[in-house]
Design a protein around this ligand. Structure first.
Ligand SMILES: N[C@@H](CCC(=O)N[C@@H](CS)C(=O)NCC(=O)O)C(=O)O
Length: 400
């Protein structure tokens, strides 16, 4: 049975728990099945690798088409000069360049006053607090689904924090990028118009599905329907806004994307009673920051930044009560806050790095509540994004 938008937020948490209905995700880079592209959404020219600019690491370049290509790129990379470590580049520049979406409420948006906010934005600021002592030293670089990995590989951003799903083929071999941590659990679902009478994916055989190009959702959809012995026609768009508008105007029988974004887009129409989110979840969509491959010290900083924010939540340290932990006897708290030293040195940072993250940005739960939870217009339950002690999967690793 399908449910209406009024139930969506509750169902979102339940959906994220419905692992039994989930099939594996796959990489969207080489879609070869028969997607139908509407005339008005012709694909733009492939992103050209940009020229090197001062303050950016000197990197071997790959085009998107070369992602996953073979030995010739690998040996070219071996002969290239070693790129400057990302941390050194950031310190010299005095700013973190963070690739974000910029148009996705909850994750990252730029308001009319030019202020950035969102869960992914908080992550970028945490990195600046840890490395440059100041959470405001971030330049947010809007990235599209298509150009995001090229921006990272070419050194135009230091990390990619753009609701990007972690998959094996994106983060192995010579793709040039690696994920650093799993920071948010999402899922993929579908919406239809109530008038269509469609109430399950089984009724979408031969249907047109609106989907954004170069997202995991594109290939997941083809895979899922093929696996069920059904076929669908994908109608592809470069931007999610266009994808959703096309669906609303009747170009497709269904639209698919990440469950969080779907809920937000439907609420944005102001006609939520006209739409249904179908009950099936077709893929797991774990999001997390990506960095360039080969810079292990930088991966560590990004990974442990996420962990520090989770650890703070588990211990109960927030931006508001931080000072009351100054004389704490909890060893975990002492190590996290740099009262007992060693973690900073291990990461190549000073010992106050995590203290600053909590003081200037807050712990993981504070960011979740601010941008997705009770304090936000979205009001998502924590679901799988709760700490492991509260039924979720967020499990801070030992910080010692
Ligand atoms: N998580 C997926 C999809 C990421 C994605 O592009 N999601 C859509 C929202 S569902 C988006 O961010 N759209 C913004 C835009 O097109 O500007 C992936 O990593 O491939």
């Amino acid at each position: 049975m399908a449910s209406g938008v009024s139930e969506m937020n509750t169902r979102f948490s339940a959906m994220l728990l419905a692992a039994s209905t989930i099939v594996a995700c796959s990489v969207p880079l080489t879609v070869s099945a028969q997607p139908a592209t509407p005339q008005n959404s012709a694909r733009p020219p492939a992103t050209q690798p940009p020229a090197a600019t001062p303050g950016q690491p000197n990197l071997p370049r790959q085009t998107p088409g070369q992602m996953g290509a073979g030995i010739s790129q690998a040996s070219a990379a071996q002969n290239a000069p070693a790129p400057e470590p990302t941390l050194a580049v950031i310190k010299k520049r005095g700013q973190v360049l963070c690739g974000v979406n910029g148009e996705l409420p909850g994750f990252s948006i730029l308001d009319k006053q030019g202020r950035w906010s969102g869960f992914d934005v908080d992550f970028c600021r945490s990195i600046a607090a840890a490395t440059l002592n100041d959470a405001s030293k971030v330049k947010f670089v809007p990235a599209t689904a298509t150009n995001r990995f090229d921006l990272l590989k070419s050194g135009q951003i230091d990390l990619l924090v753009r609701n990007t799903t972690i998959t094996l083929r994106r983060s192995t071999g010579d793709t040039g990028v690696r994920y650093a941590a799993v920071t948010f659990i999402d899922a993929q679902s579908f919406a239809v118009s109530k008038r269509s009478g469609i109430d399950s994916l089984a009724k979408l055989d031969k249907a047109r599905i609106c989907v954004t190009r170069d997202t995991t959702y594109q290939q997941n959809t083809l895979d899922w329907f093929a696996g069920m012995g059904m076929s669908v026609r994908l109608v592809l768009f470069d931007k999610t806004e266009a994808t959703f508008e096309a669906f609303v105007s009747g170009a497709c029988e269904a639209v698919t994307q990440q469950s969080t974004g779907l809920v937000t887009a439907i609420l944005g129409t102001g006609k939520q009673d006209d739409y249904l989110v179908l009950p099936e979840i077709i893929s797991k969509e774990p999001h997390g920051p990506y960095v360039r491959a080969g810079d292990n010290d930088w991966i560590d900083i990004v990974r442990w930044t996420h962990n520090a924010r989770l650890e703070a939540e588990e211990i109960g340290i927030t931006s508001q009560n931080l000072e009351s932990f100054r004389n704490t006897r909890s060893l975990a708290a002492r190590r996290l806050l740099g009262i007992d030293t060693g973690n900073g040195k291990a990461l190549g940072l000073d010992e106050q790095w995590a203290y600053r993250i909590i003081a200037q940005v807050g712990n993981y739960g504070e960011s979740y509540e601010r941008h997705f939870g009770a304090e936000s217009p979205l009001k998502y339950a924590r679901g799988l994004n709760a700490l492991w002690t509260r039924g979720g999967v967020m499990y801070p690793l030992p910080m010692r």
